[in-house]
Structure formats: structure tokens, C-alpha cells
Design a protein around this ligand. Sequence first.
Ligand code: UDP
Ligand code: MG
Length: 315
Amino acid sequence: MNNQRKKISIIAPIYNESEGIGYFYNALCELFAQRPELDFEVVCIDDGSHDDSLNKLIAITERDLRFHVIELSRNFGKEAALTAGIDAATGDAVIPIDADLQDPPELILEMINEWVLGAEVILARRMDRSCDSFLKRKSAEIFYAFHNQLSSIQIPENVGDFRLMDRVVIDALKQLPEQHRFMKGLFAWVGFKTVTLDYVRNPRLAGTTKFSGWRLWNFALEGITSFSAVPLKFWSYVGGIGALSTGVYALYIISKTLWFGVEIPGYASLLVALLFFGSLQLISVGMLGEYIGRIYMETKHRPVYLIRKHYGQQQ
Ligand code: UDP
Ligand code: MG
């Protein structure tokens, strides 16, 4: 590392966080004061908020030149907002952080220390997630186990988007052209020299979570289908095993008929088999649909996000 002043970019996706923005701003200012030898910039991405988050952010950019705001044209989702932030960040290191202070800003200092020592990615692992609901923790656990079984890219468990990434990592990320951006997967995909820090996840300071159960389910599907083709291949094996057992069963019935003559069995078993295989087919068609839908969206080459306006000093 040379002697030039280093710049850290903090990127914060913001969707209806009006109540918490003041706290968020103060927490960051306190933090910046502790490392006067570094330059900081904060890129807030207003992801189509309906409350007065944007106005509050604009007011901040007017009194603090370190803050910039990118207003997206509508709600594109956290992944797109993060992508917009990564594209706009100009620092030597970039840190995505949630604006609800669930990711403790104090940890940024520790991350910077590791970065100065030479790490290129510093992950923040949630040791204690007791503030998240039991269902959220359990489903996250199942998701990571399932994803990492299926995909050759391993997503570290209990690690969110909160992390420090060196400029080399950011430049690598910017080369990934996909429209479906499962950021945790993309972050893991690029690799680089990684160090992990542990922290305790705080409860949300204000406002409510933007991720409902249904949204999380779709997010999980996104993650798995973006990084693994196993669910597609799986059905060929199910089909193969099914065909094989059907063959064996057919042989059994034929020989039984030859030996003992025709018997009239009940409908129940037939119906069960019919329904069972019918639903298997539907599931596999649905699975195909998941992938084809994604291929379809990907082929449109639409931009990941659209910017309505920049606020703050232009970089
Ligand atoms: N967020 C966003 N766009 C969305 C949903 C969420 O920019 O469509 C932001 C949100 O404002 C917050 C961060 O993403 O800063 C994390 O969201 P949230 O706290 O709701 O997620 P959770 O912590 O519950 O997983
Ligand atoms: Mg949160």
C-alpha cells in the first residue's frame, strides 16, 4: 500500500428507512471521526422509497460532502441497489451496509485494520442471530446447507452483504454481466484473499424488515438457480429410477398374470401411482420453468437498475 490517502466507500441500499436515517448518519460520522487519516464517501441508494427517506438523504448531502445519493427510478430490490452502489463507488475499498444499523458500523474499523494488513475481502459473520425470528434463522440454515450441497460455489453461512471488499474485488464484480444478481453468490464466486470477523447482529433500530417470507423464498430460489444446475439434472435421475422400478414392477405383474391368471386389484393403488407421478412431472416442469424464466429475463439484457437522479457532489 502506498502513502496516498486511502478512500473507503460505504454503500447503503435504502428502502423506506426514514425513521432510521438520522441514527445511521450519526453512527457513520462518529466512526469516520475515529480514522481521520482516511477519506470516506457514503453512497446511499434510494431504492424507490415511498416515505421521506429521499428528502432526508438529500438534506444530508447538502450539509455533508461525503454523502451522495443515487435515486433509482423505482424499487428494484436490494440486490440491484447494491449493484448501483458498487458501480458508483470510487473508493479503494467498498463496504455495503444495511441502513437499519443491524450491521454494526463499529465493525468497519476492524475490517479496515484487516484490510490494511493485506486482506482483500473481510467478511462479517453473525455469531448470534437471536434477534432474527426462529423461522428466519432456521430457513436460512436450511438454505445454506441446501445451496452449498448443490452448488460448487460455497456461500459462507451467516454472512450477509456486510463486508469489506478491496478495489480489485470490486473491479472483478463489475465484470459479471448477469441481470439476476444474487449478490452473496457473486461475492463468493469472485474469491480473493478472505478474512472473517465475528459480530453479534443487533435488532433493527427503527422501521420494519422489507423481506417477507414469500420474498425470502424467492430470494432462496434465485440463489440456488443462479449457482447450480443440479435441480435440473435431478429429475433425469428421478425419471431413470422411476422407469427402472416401473420395468421391474411390469415384469412382476406379467409373470404373476402368467402363473396365476388375471386378478382384479383395487383402484386405490393405481390412483396413488398416477397422482404421484403426475405431480412429479408437474414439479419437474415447474423446475424447468424456473430456469427458462431466468434465461428469458437474462436474454433481454435489460439494465439491472435505472437511475432517476444523483444528489451530492458529483464524483
Ligand atoms: N432494501 C432495499 N430494497 C429493498 C429491500 C430492502 O434497498 O427492496 C434495503 C433496506 O432498506 C435495508 C437493507 O436493504 O437497508 C436490508 O433490508 P432489511 O433490513 O429489510 O432486511 P433484513 O435485515 O430484515 O434481512
Ligand atoms: Mg435489517
